[in-house]
Design a protein around this ligand. Sequence first.
Ligand code: NAD
Length: 475
Amino acid sequence: MSKKNKSKADTFFSCIEKNFDKATRFIPPIEKGLLEQIKSCNAVYRMHFPVKIGKKIKVIEAYRVQHSHHKLPCKGGIRYSLKVNQDEVMTLAALMTYKCAIVDVPFGGAKGGIKIDPQTISVENIEKITRRYTSELIKKNFIGPGIDVPAPDYGSGEREMSWIFDTFLSLIPGEVDALACVTGKPLSQGGVRGRKEATGLGVFYGIRELCRIKEDMLSLGLDVGLDGKKVIIQGLGNVGYHAATFFHEAGAIIVALAEREGAIYNKKGLNVSNVILHLKNTGSILNFPGSKNIENTEKALELECDILIPSALENVIHKNNANRIKAKIIGEAANGPVTPDADEILGKMGVIVVPDIYLNAGGVTVSYFEWLKNLSHVRYGRMEKRFSENVNSELLQVIETICRKKILTEEKKMILRGPREIDLVRSGLEDTMISGFHKIRDIKKSSGIENMRTAAFVLAIKKIIDSYEKLGIFP
Ligand code: NAD
């Protein structure tokens, strides 16, 4: 293989293209140019800007990639990491396009990246960099409620989103929909209840749905349900921490947790909130009472378990460790944690890989709810909460009269309760994850597709073709 071909074959973006091409075998014949258009990144903005750090000027490298404009606005998180590069941001933007299509969220895919290590930079300087990045986006019309709406990703969170919103508002004064220029904001600044835990909760809903299917569990030699299933989670950040908490609460046994500095293992199970407390007190998950330390954190992926949830970074399961994985289910909470080579090996081993383009879509789903809330300028539940409570109360009175029996006060409280914002958001997320799962599974079964990833790509491609056809024009 020539040097040029080799580097193309090795890129993260080419892995996604491979998955895409595999899926096109299962869709009806279509104009090749349209498939090319769907695959390619529509706009790549690479920037360098100066920021004064202490007495020195530091030049920051950053990106915003809009993969697809078939629906607007574009949507995708911003990654803060020293590993950020153009190939990675392009790939993550492409994943966003397919993800949004799968869960019926009307956005094109995008992604941002700032090449810094937020762990070694002061909060003041992260703020300076974030604000300058936002003004660069505004300059090139790469941000706005109807243009491109960023969100948190690896290394960023609510705090950064609130700086983005504030910078946007101060540079575009009078924009009545300014709140909708970014999602993942704190509640006090137009955020929506349930966004912080949305990706982890979506991961939980997706895996729970798989574990409810008798036929699939039988094929893996597992019992139906999550209760007692052994789970390993890599990465205890926003996604991994919440996923771990929901699995723990549902009765799964968290046998190992892996972080940068190493992993901890206890075959009887780890109490996730106590581990977090220990992490806060000591600065590390290692030496957690009752658990065994694993110095080489990657080795945690190879431990005995039923479900493995990589929730940190891409390419952590590759051709050199795939055949040592013992999990029967891998839930891709992170983006791209399993390389295509590893995917093939795992498929032959009978492992079910639940793909990122479906499984971690909870974040963008609830971001969509936040965006809608910001555009409508009204909190979810505000209009219907009291109304539902009144209707329920009247219904209850009729039932009590007919039955000649008084309902207990505690039961009454539960029945009367009207929906709050968090109830509506979680129910919307649960419904999205469950119906997304079954759409993918149905395609997999009806088309005789060997894995969930290809079936998920088929679903996404069909949806995108559909929306191009509805537009009636091809760019
Ligand atoms: P985060 O920064 O909150 O957390 C990442 C965690 O991984 C950190 O605790 C970090 O210390 C840990 N980590 C880093 N290197 C590690 C290693 N080698 N081994 C073990 N742990 C390691 O990031 P996040 O928002 O939770 O995102 C994690 C992944 O999920 C990323 O791939 C991201 O693209 C994806 N994702 C995030 C969201 C979201 O809503 N935040 C949505 C969809 C997908």
